[in-house]
Design a protein. Structure first.
Length: 345
């Protein structure tokens, strides 16, 4: 299993336009690690630097304490899976998977064993002799995955591998990829802009914005306790509440005086917190953190209902599963638990 250490990596394609600002990251052996961020934030650039396809301007990369920054791609044992599969259309499934092994001069019997094992792992054994154009998108992506796995990579790199698949297939493949990484004890770095994908699959994730890593955490921690506004909104719906923390410890907001767990020990001044819509409780009485709000809108999604409220001119979104009947225009009491209000930087 491979530990990956990224230290001070920077990259600009054009002078004065940094795509990666000094970036540090350490991925644990056997971890399924996600780089999550909007399009253009530099995720693929970082992945390509790890694969040796793009040269960084500065910084270093180590696999298990061995510096590989200057090594050519074929010496790194990092296998990459791309969004568009990048398979050879004129070769059979078997030959596509065997390709990397043939290039590195493996024995025929060894190649056969590895190809069969890789095809079995992705449930494509019975398609070995098929041509690529006769396969569906999902099957092609399985072959691309098998090809990457066949070379027994030290590091598996996946760049938006499921973006071209429909929603149902994406769901299945998420579970499959996770199963394979765990079964093979692979260290994998997976790039996506899809928060559901990252939250549901990752052991840990790094949220990126404009060439900078904003937060590295487990999915649960990053979702429940984001450190800044960008991470909070990128990972899900969030209500932001701004206010002034007074020297006596009172947090004055447009919704009234509120209390949140993270404000103790903070200096007086501007204080912004966020609360997830599903953490606000409707109709719960409390001496503190209770806000009167008018219900203005409703949207039912099946598994839950999203309510929009207005309180002192501010919008508050609340999500409830199995919601009771509620009337637009009526006033409700909303309870914002102090532990669910997360202070942002
Ligand atoms: P992401 O994968 O997060 O969408 P990329 O790493 O592909 O982001 O791109 C980051 C930025 O670098 C974008 O502004 C993109 O236009 C630019 N970029 C990527 N590759 C090149 C290249 N080969 N030449 C010039 N600019 C590039
Ligand atoms: Mg990309």
């Amino acid at each position: 299993m491979t530990r990956v250490e990224i230290s001070g990596i920077t990259k600009s394609y054009q002078p004065g336009v940094p795509v990666l600002k000094p970036l540090n990251l350490s991925v644990k052996p056997g971890e399924l690690f996600f780089l999550l961020g909007p399009s253009g934030c530099g995720k693929s650039t970082l992945l390509r630097i790890l694969a040796g396809l793009v040269e960084p301007d500065s910084g270093s990369i180590r696999f298990n304490d061995v510096e590989i920054t200057k090594l050519p791609p074929e010496k790194r044992r990092a296998a990459m899976v791309f969004q568009n599969y990048a398979l050879w259309p004129h070769l059979s499934v078997y030959e596509n998977v065997a390709f990397g092994l043939r290039v590195s001069g493996e024995k025929k019997s060894e190649i056969d064993r590895e190809v069969k094992a890789a095809l079995e792992l992705v449930h494509m054994s019975e398609y070995a002799s098929r041509r690529i154009p006769s396969l569906s998108g999902g099957q092609q992506q399985r072959v691309a995955l098998a090809r990457a796995l066949a070379v027994k990579p030290a590091l598996l790199l996946l760049d938006e591998p499921l973006s071209n698949l429909d929603a149902r297939l994406r769901d299945t493949m998420r579970r499959e990829i996770r199963r394979i990484c765990v079964e093979r004890k692979l260290t994998a770095i997976y790039v996506t802009h899809d928060r559901q994908e990252a939250l549901s699959m990752a052991d840990r994730l790094a949220v990126m914005d404009q060439g900078v890593i904003c937060q590295i955490d487990t999915p649960e921690k990053a979702y429940n306790a984001p450190t800044d506004k960008f991470v909070a909104s990128f990972l899900g719906d969030a209500n932001f509440i701004e206010g002034e923390l007074k020297p006596d410890g009172v947090w004055q907001t447009a919704l009234g005086n509120l209390s949140c767990d993270g404000m103790t020990g903070k200096l007086a001044g501007k204080l912004v917190a966020m609360i997830r819509p599903e953490r606000i409780r409707i109709g719960v009485e409390s001496k503190m953190n209770a806000v009167n709000a008018v219900l203005t809108n409703r949207s039912f999604t099946g598994e839950s209902c999203e309510w929009e409220f207005e309180a002192s001119g501010r919008k508050l979104v609340v999500v409830e599963s199995a919601p009771p009947e509620r009337k637009i225009g009526e006033t409700y009491l909303l309870y914002l638990p102090p532990e669910a209000l997360i202070v942002l930087q």
